[in-house]
Write a protein that binds this ligand. Structure first.
Ligand code: 5MM
Length: 336
């Protein structure tokens, strides 16, 4: 078993998943302003620290994805990576520098951040990171995602993954097909399959050790504008079919993004996926909003009530962990 495979498995086995706390300052500011909290460095740190020191970290969170600001912050005598490591979770870092307009396409994006990446990776490794994340974004419409966007983002993801493995870390490869639009789940299935297949084609050309990679995809859903949506059982079946057909068997695990699904919806769908998981892959969560939303709303009402905030986060993390084992049920949603 390679060192990278060991790290990947440690992050995702035993009902553990990933806490995506890698919102860039712009996104975090939107999240904080939505709950009427001022977005300054101290508030961003205090909310995140409340999560990182929660009880559920030990049992439910195998890895935390940080943003550049957070990985360099400290609390008292400890750095944030030290705090996370104490809980038993592995420190991860988002290393892309965001999605920018793709030249040659009117409305599509290409993720940037390859220039100087080798040097930044060395710095993050020294700060304690052992895994990383890079997100490619694709939208669905009658002409998108274009071949250009599918090819360019897959190529960037492969170049990123190669640099990360060279530096002794596990790359999370996140091709996110957005849910915005009126497309059917069938179209989402077709486009997501094409996107994922292309990513692995490029990863293989770049000689990536696939046993040391975690895929972070979207689930197969109807577009957010569709009124009559497929049910959770159909989401699970289509998602499993897509991944079974598109992901090489050497990949140890898949950690879904929530992508704008509600907390309960994202948990229920993950549970259904695990209940009928007929693949070799571990299926878990790498949720941002679907792990943090309720805790953030609670904290915003009284930013000094850390124990109440942690209780809310623990509840959500426990439910996600149960879903990662196919043991969730709706009646457990009621928080005592
Ligand atoms: C946590 O949000 C991340 C995006 O941050 P920026 O847009 O500021 O770069 C994002 O990559 C996240 O890790 C994934 O999309 C999963 O988050 P959700 O909320 O979709 O589960």
């Amino acid at each position: 078993m390679s060192e990278l495979n060991k790290i990947a498995l440690k992050i995702i086995t035993g009902g553990k998943g990933i806490l995506a706390a890698d919102e860039s300052t712009g996104t975090m500011t939107k999240r904080l302003e939505a709950v009427k909290v001022n977005s300054n460095e101290e508030n961003r740190l205090n909310f995140r620290k409340a999560l990182f020191t929660s009880e559920s970290m030990k049992k439910c969170i195998g890895g935390v994805i940080l943003y550049d600001e957070t990985i360099k912050q400290s609390s008292g005598s400890k750095t944030i990576p030290e705090l996370i490591t104490e809980s038993g979770a592995i420190v991860g870092i988002k290393v892309d520098t965001g999605a920018k307009s793709l030249a040659g396409s009117n409305d599509e994006k290409i993720t940037e951040g390859l220039d100087g990446l080798r040097e930044r990776l060395k710095e993050y490794y020294k700060l304690g990171a052992r895994f990383t994340k890079w997100r490619g974004v694709y939208s669905i419409s009658d002409k998108y995602p274009s071949k250009l966007s599918i090819h360019s983002n897959a190529h960037a993801l492969a170049r990123y993954a190669a640099l990360v493995q060279e530096c002794g870390m596990v790359p999370i490869v996140e091709p996110e097909v957005l849910m915005d639009g009126n497309h059917s789940a069938r179209v989402c299935y077709e486009k997501t399959s094409e996107v994922i297949k292309k990513c692995f084609e490029e990863l293989i050309i770049s000689k990536i050790d696939l046993t040391g990679v975690i895929l972070k995809p979207n689930m197969i859903l109807d577009g957010s504008g569709v009124t009559q949506k497929i049910d959770g059982e159909q989401v699970a079946q289509l998602t499993l079919k897509c991944l079974k057909e598109s992901v090489p068997e050497e990949v140890p695990g898949i950690a879904f993004l929530s992508g704008g699904q509600g907390e309960i919806e994202a948990t229920e769908n993950l549970n259904l996926i695990n209940k009928s998981n007929n693949t070799k892959f571990i299926m878990t969560y790498s949720y941002g909003r679907a792990l943090q939303q309720s805790a953030l709303k609670y904290w915003a009402k009284d930013i000094n009530d850390i124990s109440g905030t942690q209780k809310t986060f623990n509840h959500r993390a426990n439910l996600c962990s149960l879903a990662a084992q196919g043991k969730w049920s709706k009646d457990l949603e009621i928080q005592s």
